[in-house]
Design a protein around this ligand. Structure first.
Ligand code: RAT
Ligand code: ZN
Length: 424
């Protein structure tokens, strides 16, 4: 390729490696496509600060195996502050904090300029106490160099419903909505009475105008939220098509609503729920999903786009292969137990090799605002390692690389590909 006169041609391996590292580190994140963050108007639903950061459910799972002197019930009976102190002592002082979730806390505190060698929980708390939420949201977006995040918006949550019903559409442009509808697909027997109570004419056996009414419910919430996609977290054993209410609900309510709205449906598959209920939110595990379910969704509904992430490492290669067959399938992110450098490295390599640029490399899944800082520092490093090798391989063929092209590629992988795909 010959570069345009205005472009910066990168000559030599070290120029390429340096440019890729710099671009991955500094390119503004266009969008974090899946988080559990909320804008400031949702009040306590938005978690932030040291005690929230360190009581992340990934760390609760670790402390319950590391320090068995405190049972899960005893742990959950503690105040948030006591839980935080207990985790700090057990996972950071009694052991070196080498796990990814522990390192993340330190990366985040360091990025705020705090001294993790000398400081302790009270120093860190003092830092957060000295700021307002509004200022802190600005600081986090600036430190993470992020433009937008997608929330997870649940119309079945009473706390969240109240905000949407009383205050209407989101006004903070940094926070986009995603309409999360797990109960419609996973626990229809519980969703049905709630929809009925909200004035939708729905029957448990899906008779009459039930499916039309489920679709009306989705369209009403879509109008309220303007979601960028609809999503559900589904078990590893979720099947489509199936002799289960989820199949007609997908065929006649969810997918037609997505097509009408021009937004993707995002099945997130692979959770094995509550293998250890004592751990509560930390008690879910992983199972291998059937890629046939993804293939059949894409094949039966060519007009609908599917934005898919799978939780099992064993599903990742076949997800890439499926995406080669179905242009209406876009893989995204290294989800939850996959969000670790060694696994991000492997998954990103196979995606680049099989799909080029047509995927979204990562999402953060942040539950705490401050995690936006560390999750993206770590993911940007992992992406840079993969892309450096891939561009050096290209360079070895004699292909000419420019900084501008690499910048566009990286922005795409960091989320612009999703925005382009949905036409925003
Ligand atoms: O990654 C997580 O924190 C999980 O607990 C879930 O939130 C999962 O990401 C989901 O969206 O269901
Ligand atoms: Zn999530």
């Amino acid at each position: 390729m010959s570069a345009a006169a205005s472009e910066t041609v990168l000559r030599g391996s070290s120029a390429i490696a340096n440019a890729v590292e710099r671009i991955c580190r500094t390119t503004t994140l266009p969008i974090d496509v899946h988080t559990h963050l909320y804008s400031g108007r949702f009040g306590d639903l938005l978690l932030w600060g040291f005690d929230e950061l360190i009581t992340y459910h990934y760390l609760i799972a670790e402390v319950c195996r590391t320090n068995r002197a405190v049972s899960p019930d005893q742990f959950f009976a503690m105040s948030k502050r006591e839980q935080a102190d207990h985790i700090w002592q057990s996972l950071f002082i009694d052991e070196s904090p080498v796990s990814e979730a522990r390192r993340g806390v330190l990366t985040c505190l360091q990025a705020y300029g705090l001294d993790v060698a000398e400081g302790g929980p009270d120093d860190f708390r003092e830092f957060f106490a000295a700021t307002t939420l509004e200022d802190h949201i600005d600081r986090v977006f600036a430190t993470a160099n992020a433009e937008k995040v997608v929330m997870t918006n649940d119309p079945f949550s009473d706390e969240e419903r109240a905000v949407w019903l009383e205050q209407g559409a989101e006004t903070d442009e940094r926070f986009l909505a995603a309409l999360r509808i797990d109960p419609l697909l996973v626990t229809w027997h519980e969703a049905q009475p709630r929809l009925a109570a909200w004035g939708y004419d729905v029957a448990l056996d899906l008779s009459g105008i039930t499916l039309f009414e489920v679709r009306r419910f989705l369209m009403d919430w879509a109008e309220r939220m303007s979601p960028v996609y609809m999503a559900a977290s589904l078990g590893f054993n979720f099947a489509y098509p199936d002799d289960h209410p989820s199949t007609p609900i997908l065929n006649e309510a969810i997918i037609p609503a997505c097509v009408e709205l021009g937004i993707p449906f995002s099945p997130m598959m692979g959770v094995k729920r509550q293998v250890n209920p004592a751990l509560r939110l930390a008690g879910d595990a992983v199972g291998k999903a059937d890629i046939g379910t993804v293939e059949r969704l894409c094949a039966h509904h060519p007009d609908c786009n599917f934005f898919v992430t799978l939780l099992s490492r064993e599903n990742q290669h076949e997800l890439c292969v499926a995406a080669r067959k179905f242009p209406n399938l876009m893989p995204f992110g290294c989800w939850w137990f996959l969000n670790d450098p060694s696994i991000i490295d492997e998954i990103t390599r196979e995606r680049v090799e099989l799909l080029g640029h047509s995927f979204v490399a990562q999402h953060s899944d942040c539950r705490v605002l401050d995690q936006l800082v560390y999750k993206w520092i770590h993911s940007r490093e992992a992406l840079a390692a993969v892309l450096t090798d891939k561009y050096l391989d290209l360079h070895a063929t004699g292909w000419q690389l420019t900084a501008e092209q690499i910048e566009a590629d990286v922005r795409g992988l960091l989320g612009q590909n999703f925005l382009d795909w949905i036409g925003r």
